[in-house]
Write a protein that binds this ligand. Structure first.
Ligand SMILES: NC(=O)c1ccc[n+]([C@@H]2O[C@H](COP(=O)([O-])OP(=O)(O)OC[C@H]3O[C@@H](n4cnc5c(N)ncnc54)[C@H](O)[C@@H]3O)[C@@H](O)[C@H]2O)c1
Ligand SMILES: O=C(O)[C@H](O)CO
Length: 320
């Protein structure tokens, strides 16, 4: 039995009391469990820990530098933008993320958003709940134009685990798939620079990480390049999109709609341009694309496997 101390900084963002946490108990002798950790408490909670598990608690350079005993940070997510990876590398603190745990959940969420927007589900649901259908003089109320996906084009930015899984389902819907070339990355056959891809797509879906390069990747200029009836789907990270520019494009009608699962600040306590009630054809969900029970259980078991590998001196899902 190991004598390492572990700290779970934001367990309530992972477990709703519905998960089996025994894999974590097997790999670390002593866990300090916290439902949430506010920034003011982070350092104190890390002070005696050799292993920290964080979903969204930010671990910046200052915090990592002061956490003298820390040897391993396990990010309980694929996105690692809440941890200063460069600082961790310099300080010799290993960081591991969880890859591929949420693919079915995220893919179904991406298509839930695309399908809801193309079939105008929110508007038709409101028409029924407000009594508009009941008052109608014909059998079918069709006030909102419905479109088909078959024969249209889907653009994907970020062709990793999630981008590729979305592409497979897209093909089953009869969508043609175009892939954005990674700036500065190797040019590959069939991939297009973003600015060449944008005017060609009916739906653009984002699956790249949030990094210094992708922050603000989809701004006013990129939105202007898109078709007036195109849809933007963002289940990646809020900071990849200029939210003010997106709100304006939807209001002006220069973009057809958007399905957004992630915002630049979460929770959006200080408000967000995309939460204004007057924006048409916009669906915002509270960062839940990943959150099926099955995916959360896989995540816990993957975090445990990362810790076990680290203790055995092996690299597993290491990002720093
Ligand atoms: N909303 C959610 O619940 C949820 C769940 C899981 C993951 N995510 C987000 O989705 C992201 C992607 O997850 P994944 O599992 O597919 O990761 P991944 O690492 O398998 O794939 C990311 C891909 O993006 C590419 N990329 C990076 N920068 C790019 C750029 N500028 N242009 C084009 N491509 C670029 C990379 O080369 C890689 O192929 C995560 O980083 C995370 O932020 C969100
Ligand atoms: O990156 C991820 O795994 C999801 O956004 C959940 O945190």
């Amino acid at each position: 039995m190991t004598t390492l101390n572990g700290v779970l900084l934001d367990l309530a963002t992972i477990d709703q009391g519905d998960l089996d946490l025994s894999s974590l108990d097997r790999v670390c002798g002593h866990w300090q469990r916290h439902a949430y950790t506010e920034p003011v408490d982070t350092l104190e909670r890390l002070s005696h820990a050799q292993i920290a598990v964080t979903n969204k608690v930010a671990l910046d350079r200052q915090t990592l530098t002061a956490a003298n005993e820390l040897r391993l940070v396990c990010v309980a997510a694929t996105g690692t933008n809440n941890v200063d990876l460069e600082a961790a590398r310099e300080l010799g603190i290993a960081v591991a993320n969880v890859a591929r745990y949420a693919t079915p959940a995220v893919v179904q969420h991406v298509f839930a958003l695309i399908l809801a927007l193309t079939t105008r589900l929110p508007e038709y649901q409101r028409a029924v709940s407000s009594g508009a259908w009941q008052r109608h003089d014909r059998f079918c109320l069709m006030d909102y134009p419905i479109r088909e996906l078959a024969g249209r084009t889907l653009g994907i930015v970020g062709f990793g685990e999630l981008g590729q899984a979305v592409a497979r389902v897209a093909e089953a819907f009869g969508l043609q798939v175009l892939i954005a070339q990674r700036p500065g990355g190797p040019s590959r056959e069939g991939r297009l620079p973003l600015e060449a891809l944008l005017p060609q797509v009916d739906v653009l879906t984002l699956h790249c990480p949030l990094t210094d390069t992708t922050r603000g990747l989809i701004g006013a200029r990129e939105l202007d390049l898109m078709r007036r009836d195109a849809l933007l789907i963002n289940t990646a990270r809020g900071g990849i999109v200029d939210e003010q520019a997106l709100a304006e494009a939807l209001r002006r009608g220069t973009l057809g709609g958007a399905g957004i699962d992630v915002l630049s600040t979460e929770p959006p306590r200080g408000g967000n341009p995309l939460l204004a009630p007057d924006i048409p054809n916009l669906i915002v969900t509270p960062h839940i694309a990943w959150a099926s029970r099955e995916a959360r259980q896989r995540m816990v078991d993957e975090v445990a496997a990362n810790i076990e590998a680290f203790l055995a001196g092996k690299d597993r899902n290491r990002v720093a």
